[in-house]
Design a protein around this ligand. Structure first.
Ligand code: IMP
Ligand code: MG
Length: 181
């Protein structure tokens, strides 16, 4: 285990097994319909790569870059779209993938934007959903794991840009968070 991690919340093996189920459910949901996958960078990168490799169908992948945490462990309450141009989604079915549903602001803002741009159908999938009251009323169509209201890192999720490469989901030691304040 990485020296900055206090404990592992979800290990690699458990994630792998869950991805098989999520991939099957998504395939069922779109059953034969062409769709474009939109990955919310950077957090959903690792999860998306692993879940899409379980879907042996023709699909397109696009990315969008948004930020809401700005390097802290609490949401800033603002969702910034960082791309000059968004993927073309007019008339298309979209699977939106994010790493974690926290306040819900990101998912709401991105879904709204895609509908505004003419997407015909938008379904969402998140690896993690925090069980808490949300700022925006939203739930993802597909959820990997429900977790408590704790700050987690690994498997794509970061703290100040680090730990995305850890193969599991873990909780940081409190001194790591405190030391960098
Ligand atoms: P929301 O807009 O508050 O739902 O936050 C979603 C975004 O905040 C996610 O895409 C993550 O990038 C980030 N985030 C929320 N909770 C965590 C966490 O526990 N660890 C790392 N990033 C998080
Ligand atoms: Mg993120």
């Amino acid at each position: 285990m990485h020296q900055d991690i206090a404990r592992v919340l979800i290990d690699e093996e458990v994630i792998e097994k869950r991805l098989d189920i999520i991939a099957d459910r998504i395939l069922e949901e779109f059953s034969g319909r062409q769709f474009v996958v939109i990955v919310i960078l950077k957090g959903a990168l690792v999860f998306t790569a692993d879940v899409l490799r379980r879907m042996p169908i023709p699909l397109e992948i696009e990315c969008i870059n948004v930020a809401s945490y700005h390097g802290e462990t609490k949401s800033s309450g603002r969702v910034d779209f960082l791309d000059a141009k968004l993927p073309l989604v007019e008339g298309r079915s979209v699977l939106l993938i994010d790493d974690i549903l926290d306040t819900g602001r990101t998912l709401v803002a991105v879904e709204e934007k895609l509908r505004e741009q003419g997407a015909q159908m938008v379904k969402s999938c998140v690896l993690l959903s925090k069980d808490k009251e949300r700022a925006a009323e939203v739930e993802a169509d597909h959820v990997g794991f429900h977790i408590g209201d704790e700050f987690v890192v690994g498997y794509g999720l970061d703290y100040k840009g680090l730990y995305r490469n850890l193969p599991y989901i873990g909780i940081l030691k409190s001194e790591i968070v405190e030391a960098s304040r």
